[in-house]
Design a protein around this ligand. Sequence first.
Ligand SMILES: Cc1cc2nc3c(=O)[nH]c(=O)nc-3n(C[C@H](O)[C@H](O)[C@H](O)COP(=O)(O)O)c2cc1C
Ligand code: SF4
Length: 465
Amino acid sequence: MEKIILKDIPGLQNIDVYISNNGYSSLKKVLTQMKPEDVIEEVKKSGLRGRGGACFSTGLKWSFMPKGNEKPKFLCCNGDESEPGSFKDREIFEKNPHQFIEGSLIAAYSMGIKAVYVYIRGEYWKWINIMEECVADAYKKGFIGKNILGSEFSVDMYVHKGAGAYICGEESSLMNSLEGKRGYPRVKPPFPAAVGVWGNPTTINNIETLANVPEIINKGAEWFSKIGEPKHPGTLLFGVSGHINKPGVYELPTGTPLMTIINDYCGGIRNGKDFKMIIPGGSSMPPLTKEESLTMKMDAESLKAVGSAIGTAGVIVMDEDTDIVHVLQRITKFYYHESCGQCTPCREGCGWMLKVLNRILDGSGRKSDLDLLISVAENIEGNTICALGDAAAWPVKWTVRKFRKDFEDKIKDDSLELNVVNKVHGLRNSNEYVKVSNDENSTVENLIGKVQEIINNDDIKRFSS
Ligand SMILES: Cc1cc2nc3c(=O)[nH]c(=O)nc-3n(C[C@H](O)[C@H](O)[C@H](O)COP(=O)(O)O)c2cc1C
Ligand code: SF4
């Protein structure tokens, strides 16, 4: 299958090799032959949807940018890539960085952008260094800067070292971080196209999204729209990790069966084992059971049909020996740690879910904990400023629902503590207790005696020891 981004061309990361393989010809084409609005129309027609997680139509997003030049406009390229299980944007920085740069320049032209920021997570030094060099090379060749390739169009590009936090990948938090502020997500509306970086119109796109654009311009929207699934066309960079023989990033058309990815490309499950659970799009996406995985096609619509989502196409495979409760506890710990703390449901709820999972793991879980976990998750979901709340809630809600037996197996019995607490709460409704407590001749000793009768004495002794 022909690859759009991770092409098998040795040395493609070098600007001269890129140019000799038709590189920057799409930029030339848009500057000489296309009006900005034609570029947006072409990207819209291609059906390209964002690869950063939300799967939103890229052309439509670009069309939201206001026309005219009253205010400077900005493009932020999101290379924060901190979702556990996601590692495909760094592959683009390493293997085909100029195609991403070219795509972001075409995007900038189509929206009348003044400056492009390439936001890369602070700890990713290797990729920051690569991209600083690539941007400098593109400036030297005249692809970035003033009057690009002799046209009227000028744009600058900066590589920005991010703050080293998962939350800074959320688009509004990214903009705050870029402005030098704390990486707190902003309340929307207003949306970035209206009020973005320094209060100016801004578009935020994922690295992979932008890397698709030069080939859409080069080969046409129709060509792109025919690759993979019609409602979610193109290829995806599947970052596959976990209990498989050959982890890595595989570029394949949308709609590729999950089992083809795992068996034909990743060499199957490690040590000849069976598998138990697969997370299809980064750790925040609802997991798939084995039964769902066997027939699953990897595109937005197919995953939506079983209550999951494609996310960043970061596939995490877990074999039959995996302790699912431990996995969920580890995932929840991550989101608890990464919550920025602005909204109560996310800040407190992540901590509560972690507490409950910890007690199930250490053997003091209660049967009611499973419904409690789902209830906390459902009270976070949709009730927060940004989607990190959902990202924390979905794995809990769906893992408990789909793998309930694994959780129940860790809960021996309703705990003693709960038995006693429930019985104490039940006293007020106990006819025997009410009778004694309403009897004016009752002494305190009578009351205590009755309580001890109702609450099993053994329980009390064990509880207080
Ligand atoms: C907590 C959180 C973290 C995110 N991290 C990233 C990220 O690292 N990279 C990314 O492209 N999008 C990330 N997103 C999604 C962005 O907010 C945004 O939707 C995306 O960058 C838009 O680009 P696209 O339309 O090209 O997909 C994150 C969202 C949330 C809620
Ligand atoms: S949902 Fe969580 S991460 Fe997002 S703004 Fe609220 S507290 Fe912060």
